[in-house]
Design a protein. Structure first.
Length: 463
């Protein structure tokens, strides 16, 4: 019976997600076309090989790994909502915390897709899958990365899935079934950042990543770009759905960004001092990133553009005239999203390979095919989030709900007995009794005595 009810629930969700207006269908079709275009270029990568990309023996990590590092931060941004919602019991944030957890789930899916598309032979990933393959625990940081990512997927799939199922059925959720996992997910969100940072710092031949503040930079940048992206998502939800996100949520996200963005630039400045002041040979990657090597300055221009974006975002956010959801506020959020994407993604990954351990300088810029594949992956992730968020908002607002919370118990209810002569049954109150004799209102139906054939009623009997 439970399986039948759950299958009916899934069918109801699918039919609800397929409904929408012209704008919704245009959005879905556009994302699907972008995904198909990316799939076409990825087919070339699989059949021809990575020779069609601009990656080479010197720079073996491309745009896909840069996007992977960025979206790890987006996945960890769910902790920005989970902590005040469940630790400090803020009701306004608890209304939208499920959307943050869904975003974390989709971001992890994107991370895994970026890794698969950036690897030349994705079918060899089975070497990491026990019992066929081997994880090489605890010595391999890549194995720890696989564990924390899959665990975070399970957590962010169970918590919103359980809560939405209970709300769909109109049943109060049991705290023991999801609250322990909520608090575990807060620590787990930090672990995916820390382990990914350790994965980079553990590569002995790449001096650019040998720094003790790499993990704190990952965490702080996540606290800056995540709230900026959530601001756009909640604003779209507020405009196009019955779920009206409160202004206090946007104020909270803005205050978080006012703290994390300056701290992120401060840690970046500490890195620059460490790389440039002593002038060691191992700081060549940092000098290439900040100033370039002669004519090799493609990444330098993009990096300083990102720094200008971050500074402008901070200036707009700390300005007292910047109110929430105004063009200045939304511009600051957009600058923060793109600035940190460049600084944390391309600005962190590509310089680690330039120059090589042998001193070769081979500059890298993504090809059109790599950009198309990344856009296709982003389109798939956006489409998944659109469908999941639409269903979640529908359940939260009551648009998608089981008509009767106890309808599944109707099979166990006894059938009513038919009314036979001689038994009481509801009938209209006789008019001749008058209002004074009626125990309730005149229009109310009262049980009346139905005599058997030939029997006298109490009024016809003799005194």
């Amino acid at each position: 019976m439970l399986i039948v009810r759950y299958l009916s629930y899934l069918l109801h969700m699918v039919t609800f997600a397929a409904r929408g207006g012209r704008l919704f269908y245009a959005w879905v079709v556009s994302l699907s076309l972008i995904a198909l275009y990316g799939a076409f270029h990825y087919y070339e990568h699989i059949t021809i090989g990575l020779s069609v990309t601009n990656m080479n023996d010197q720079v073996s990590w491309g745009l896909g790994i840069a996007n992977f590092v960025y979206f790890v931060g987006v996945a960890a941004a769910a902790a920005v909502l989970v902590t005040p919602a469940y630790v400090y019991h803020r009701a306004d944030i608890k209304e939208v915390v499920l959307l943050g957890e869904i975003l974390a789930f989709v971001a992890i899916i994107l991370c895994l897709m970026f890794i698969v598309t950036d690897v030349g032979r994705p079918e060899r990933l089975w070497h990491l899958m026990p019992p066929i393959g081997k994880l090489n625990l605890p010595s391999s940081m890549l194995s720890w990365d696989v564990l924390v990512f899959n665990g975070y997927i399970v957590l962010n799939l169970h918590i919103p899935g359980y809560l939405l199922w209970k709300r769909y059925n109109g049943i109060e959720p049991n705290g023991w079934a999801y609250l322990p996992f909520v608090f575990i997910s807060i620590g787990w969100a930090l672990s995916i950042h820390v382990v990914t940072a350790f994965l980079l710092a553990g590569l002995g031949a790449r001096h650019f990543w040998h720094t003790a503040i790499l993990a704190p930079r990952f965490l702080i940048s996540a606290g800056a770009s995540g709230p900026a992206l959530l601001t756009f998502i909640f604003y779209i939800v507020r405009l196009n759905t019955p779920l009206k996100v409160k202004d206090s949520v946007f104020v909270y996200l803005k205050e978080v960004m006012k703290v994390t963005l300056p701290v992120n630039l401060f840690l970046l400045g500490c890195e620059a001092f460490h790389e440039l002041y002593m002038g060691m040979l191992s700081a060549a990657s940092g000098r290439y990133l900040y100033f370039g090597f002669g004519s090799n300055g493609f990444l330098t221009k993009i990096f300083w553009t990102a720094i200008v974006m971050d500074v402008l975002a901070i200036a707009l956010l700390v300005n007292k005239r910047t109110k929430i959801l105004t063009p200045m506020h939304l511009t600051a959020c957009g600058l923060a999203v793109f600035g940190i994407w460049i600084e944390k993604g391309m600005g962190l990954i590509f310089p680690g390979f330039i120059p090589t351990p042998l001193g070769e300088i081979v500059e890298y810029s993504p090809s059109l095919g790599e950009i198309a594949v990344s856009c296709g992956v982003l389109a798939i992730g956006t489409l998944i989030f659109t469908i999941m968020a639409k269903v979640a908002v529908g359940i939260q607002t009551g648009e998608l709900r089981l008509p009767d919370p106890f309808a599944h118990r109707a099979f166990f209810q006894p059938r009513p007995e038919p009314v036979r002569p001689g038994l009481y049954k509801p009938q209209p109150q006789p008019a001749r009794l008058g209002k004074a004799f009626a125990p309730h209102q005149p229009h109310a139906q009262q049980p009346a005595y139905v005599p058997r054939s030939g029997a006298r009623t109490p009024r016809e009997s003799k005194p």
